[in-house]
Design a binder for this molecule. Structure first.
Ligand code: ZN
Ligand code: CU
Length: 485
């Protein structure tokens, strides 16, 4: 096969994203697509990269992010992601989406993890897609519509109750419109106080739009602690009634008394998953992060502050230390810090590993991009899986790890032509050294860049090389893949 193309990456160890065994070969790129894979010694490229000894994988898909706003502020805002090899992000998680919602005062938590009122200016999903087109970035975006954003609008901010029929009808029609305009599905965050009073029937009624237009139901479940099994049953019921495929967000068993229960949750998911499609994402750390909630603090769960509006100087510090310095109780200190965000050390390492190793899992960072001292998952998730969990711990093979970051994720979300290396697929690619790749971000130094990622291409364009972003912004909006034709 003699031909000329834009780029050939030669003699790489190819992990094609399907989970199949690695093989040596060349990959040719023409424009935004992969043209050929194999022995391409008779072809030539305008640029050729010799990749001997390095791994080449499909660009990673971050299955769970809160990057709704970060994808609107240019390539530098996704430095944390492309430096890990990420080329696509899934936004709008946990019921929190930037669109469709306009607000005039600071949005209630956790909506405010996306920013203050100045960011909530997009009254429809069409406007969101349009904003992405006008402010291009270096990753592709698959966007969901959040229940909480719909509630704040339909209930005019009065959200600490169940919605009435008129409000439900409005949410349903807004969701229908969003799905038609490109939203990939509907997310909820029933755990959070502003949504916890939404009964299952409210979610099903709003989610009716999923059955009509097509889309996925994805959820931060009502309870990830004592009631986790009931929450899984509720989630799967919502999926059945709305005829939607289900994704359980950041699956975990929270709080010390629930350590070890992932054996039961995974068995339940597998049993119910015989009759309906269900997947979950997971991040590779035994600590979570979200807004600071003083009413939910526990003495046996250490807390580290990630940001605080009135006390920005306390970001990165342990809540107990702050309380001691201030001479007040933990709860009083937390109340003084509001609005604020926190890291909660509330999981068991054995559960994290069991959930990650399960065949239904996908890797999602759940990184929170605008925090002053974020959870290290924002900068470290993907190299942590490939370095720490594959190479150091031996939890699963490199092929399996890459699959959970690429082919499996593309399949679960139905993303066309991404997540695998094959002729005709989009040229989203990451070149890395599997012997040195490593996360450097820690709880103390959370924005340290990972090591071992050499170059990253999105839609055929180099977006990360020589340890830095290139400034190119070839990312695209991926319109609802499940929308019925
Ligand atoms: Zn969440
Ligand atoms: Cu989340």
């Amino acid at each position: 096969m003699a031909f000329r193309c834009d780029l050939i990456i030669r003699d790489a160890t190819i992990l094609d994203g399907t989970g199949a065994p690695r093989f040596q070969g060349d990959v040719a790129v023409e424009g935004d697509r992969i043209r050929a894979v194999g022995d391409l010694s008779s072809a030539s490229g305008a640029r050729e990269v010799i990749a001997t000894g390095r791994a080449l994988a499909p660009g990673f898909i971050d299955a769970h992010t809160h990057d709704d706003r970060a994808v609107l502020c240019g390539p530098a805002c996704q430095h944390c992601k492309v430096s890990q090899g990420v080329t696509s992000v899934v936004v709008g998680n946990c019921g929190v989406s930037l669109a469709p919602l306009r607000v005039s005062k600071r949005p209630i938590p956790p909506l405010d993890l996306l920013g203050d009122e100045s960011w909530f200016t997009l009254g429809s999903f069409a406007e969101y897609a349009d904003a992405l087109g006008r402010n291009p970035t270096n990753v592709n975006t698959l966007a969901f519509c959040g229940h909480m954003s719909l509630r704040v609008e339909a209930m005019d901010g009065d959200v600490y109750r169940a919605a009435n029929d008129r409000e439900i009808a409005q949410m349903q029609s807004r969701l229908r419109e969003a799905l038609q305009q490109g939203a990939a599905g509907f997310t909820t965050g029933l755990y959070y106080p502003p949504n916890a009073q939404a009964p299952t029937d409210e979610v099903i009624a709003v989610g009716e739009a999923l059955a009509e237009v097509g889309g996925i139901y994805m959820t931060h479940m009502r309870d990830e602690a004592d009631g986790v099994l009931d929450s899984i049953r509720e989630t799967l019921r919502i999926g059945r009634e709305t005829r939607a495929e289900v994704v359980i967000s950041h699956h975990k068993c929270s709080m010390p008394e629930n350590f070890g229960r992932s054996t039961d949750t995974l068995a339940l998911i597998d049993r119910m998953g015989q009759d309906q499609p269900v997947a979950f994402d997971v991040y590779p750390y035994p600590a979570g992060s979200t807004v600071l909630m003083p009413d939910r603090l526990r003495q046996d769960v250490p807390v580290q502050i990630t940001w605080s509006v009135p006390h920005p100087e306390q970001a990165g510090r342990n809540l107990d230390d702050i309380a001691r310095d201030w001479g007040v109780t933990r709860k009083a200190a937390a109340e003084k810090l509001l609005p604020a965000g926190a890291i909660y050390f509330q999981m068991d390492e054995a559960d994290v590993r069991r959930i990650m190793a399960h065949p239904r899992s996908m890797i999602g960072s759940d990184g929170i991009p605008h925090d002053a001292k974020p959870h290290p998952r924002l900068w470290g998730t993907f190299p942590r899986v490939l370095g720490h969990y594959v190479r150091d711990v031996g939890l699963f093979s490199l092929e399996t790890a890459v699959h959970k970051m690429t082919g499996r994720t593309a399949q679960v979300f139905g993303i066309p032509d991404r997540g695998t290396i094959r002729p005709g697929a989009f040229a989203d690619l990451v070149l890395f050294d599997s012997t040195t790749i490593r996360d450097m971000a820690t709880y103390a130094d959370p924005t340290a860049q990972s090591l071992g990622v050499e170059e990253v291409w999105t839609n055929g364009e180099s977006v990360f090389a020589a340890g830095d972003i290139t400034g190119a912004a070839p990312g695209r909006f991926i319109a609802n893949p499940r929308r019925a034709a």
